[in-house]
Write a protein that binds this ligand. Structure first.
Ligand code: ADP
Ligand code: MG
Length: 191
């Protein structure tokens, strides 16, 4: 079993009325998973708590049910695994198995953790490897213009990476308030 979602979420559980800017029809289309067959990417952008991870997992769960090999990993864990594989001189093997193996690779939380130069280079290799080989779903709290900050200020690397990611991609920008905060507010925990 590859996927190891931190928690199971479904599209049925997603309240589209509570998510500003999430096109329901687009999500329905994506849940048909043609994007996986076409090796296209899905990029979910927006502030914390607006449902990016929820939607990424929901699509991943669909793909798993459909029999696709799916791998879910946070950017922070991915970088740790890349560094470990490199230390143990099995980096190529890691790329082949863990990065190219799954039909759908979900990379969660790009941008929360600033990466050092070497880490940025390793992350870039993941995107370069997957390019036109297999779908990536990626979530980030940063708009594209700010991605450079996460990748050690490296403008060339960041634009080369975005170039590959965005060549065949569905970009979904979620706006609005944190769902968690809204629930806390509604239940009187916050005023
Ligand atoms: P993000 O990844 O954007 O920070 P999450 O996907 O982790 O946000 O969402 C935070 C919590 O709120 C999760 O428990 C998620 O299931 C829930 N949630 C967020 N948006 C919605 C929504 N529109 N409908 C139902 N649940 C939502
Ligand atoms: Mg998240």
């Amino acid at each position: 079993k590859l996927a190891t979602f931190p928690v199971v979420k479904t599209l049925e559980q997603f309240d589209f009325d509570a998510a500003a800017g999430v096109p329901q029809a687009k999500l329905q289309e994506l849940s048909g998973l043609a994007f996986v067959e076409r090796r296209e990417n899905v990029i979910l952008l927006g502030p914390s708590g607006v449902g990016k991870t929820h939607l990424a997992i929901a699509l991943g769960v669909r793909a798993t049910e459909r029999g696709y090999k799916v791998r879910f990993i946070t950017a922070a864990d991915l970088v740790m695994q890349l560094e470990k594989a490199q230390r143990e001189t099995r980096f190529e093997q890691y790329l082949r198995r863990a990065i190219l193996g799954p039909r759908l690779l979900i990379l969660d939380e790009i941008g929360y953790l600033p990466l050092k130069k070497e880490q940025s280079d390793l992350f870039f290799q993941v995107i370069a490897k997957r390019y036109e080989q297999g779908s990536v779903i990626l979530t980030s709290n940063l708009s594209f213009g700010d991605w450079q900050d996460t990748f050690d200020g490296n403008a060339a690397l960041t634009s080369a990476m975005l170039d590959r990611l965005l060549h065949h991609a569905h970009v979904i920008q979620i706006k609005g308030d944190s769902y968690r905060l809204r629930q806390a507010r509604q239940s009187g925990l916050l005023t």
